[in-house]
Design a protein around this ligand. Sequence first.
Ligand SMILES: Cc1ncc(COP(=O)(O)O)c(C=O)c1O
Length: 496
Amino acid sequence: MTATPRPTDDALPPLDPADWEAFRALAHRMVDDSIDFLRDVRERPAWQPMPDAVRDRILHEPLPRTGQGDVSSYEDFLHLVRPYPNGNIHPRFWGWVMGTGTPQSAMADFLASVLNPNVGGLEQAPKYVEQVVVRWLAEAMGYPSGAGGILMSGGTMANVIGLAVARRRRAGFDVRASGGHGAGEPRLTLYASTEVHGWLAKACDFLGLGTEAFRRVPVGDDFRVDVDAMARMIAEDRAAGQHPCCIIGTAGTVQTGATDDFDALADLAAREGCWFHVDGAFGAMAALSPETSPTVRGIARADSIAFDLHKWGYLPFGVAALLTRSDADLVDTFAMQAAYLAAEPRGTFGSEGIYFASRGIELTRRFSALKVWMTLKASGLDLLGAHIARNVRQATYLDALVQAAPDLESLAPTPLNLVNFRYAPAGVAADRLDALNREILLRLQERGIAVPSGTTIHGRYAIRVAITNHRSTAADFDALLAGVRAIGAELTTPSS
Ligand SMILES: Cc1ncc(COP(=O)(O)O)c(C=O)c1O
């Protein structure tokens, strides 16, 4: 018998640190640098353009066949990457809808990576951490016990998965077996306002429902869905042989922060036998404060709610929640079986096996729940709610300044944390205002004064301020308007 040769790869340099003390020194330096970086965030511009040379160095670097070492790659991060993020951790960043994160939750993300568990399920504390986080979030939204939920990477994913659950539960045929359309079944149709976020069209496409399945319901002057119009569209579709299966309401629309009338939508869904899903990407967070919770009255009547924790939950990116009124909804939609994944009564695979992988699409899952758990335990839900309420008061303040100013114009109501306005001083022709305000916005960003974003409302270009930022103070909004006016004056004063 020949001896089995023994592999000799133990001579390789390890991927773990070769020198743990040198690594400790580097890791401590990274932490110290990061703490300074976060502490001093206000001293830096809200955003700065990347020099071409830096972009070229990143983009054109050849595949590193041989490593440059931990210290040198960290130094490249410090010089090439760290100075040029999109800026959302800055107190005067209010573009699109982004969150800021906190230093403590960044450390929780680090700890999650140190532990690096697979939270597809298994018998382990991280699974129970996610379970309790889901229970806390469900309670915060007013859901009864027995609700289900799962964390995922963002609001788009949570909404898409919510829609998959809606389709499974209301299609009236076995979607899992027969796909998007049952043989001879009527077409499934869904209803949401014209203000719904772009995830819905993507989801209809992705889930094989087809974008034509999505019926766009008009909104009123307050940008809330016209529920009577929705009811009429459902009746017409039903009369035409379609199968209305899901109604989608929004808590905090992306353009103006409008929130639909959830009680009216829940009543309509109940009458029509439709699933009722709420996209609460940022607006659902209003439920966390008694000051703002009336905005989302009725949200707990939804069959499913999707919301981000990385926007108005102020956590680092990569975490959102999908909740369902009943845990069985998730299990029925996603439970999977495989010989190599069979649950065991004992041992690492525990009695519930792939608990979370049976409630969503991913098998291997990151421990995103840790930053939610540690933040809620450390700060408490009420403090998060208080920051959310403060952001709403800041929006109300900015809106009031705009309303009172003869050289500024409000372009939409401000029911939550979003303000849309433009610079419109006397003497500037109306047809110049779009280009003028776009240029003001770009200069605000390029000079690092502040980062709002832009949009078009009723055909008029708006500077759009979405406040999901726990670092902003009232003075930051004064600085924004001062910047708008200074740049506006530059652009409208004839050069001598
Ligand atoms: C109302 C609304 N829904 C969904 C989303 C998508 O969320 P995410 O960017 O986390 O995928 C957003 C993002 O801004 C949003 O504002």
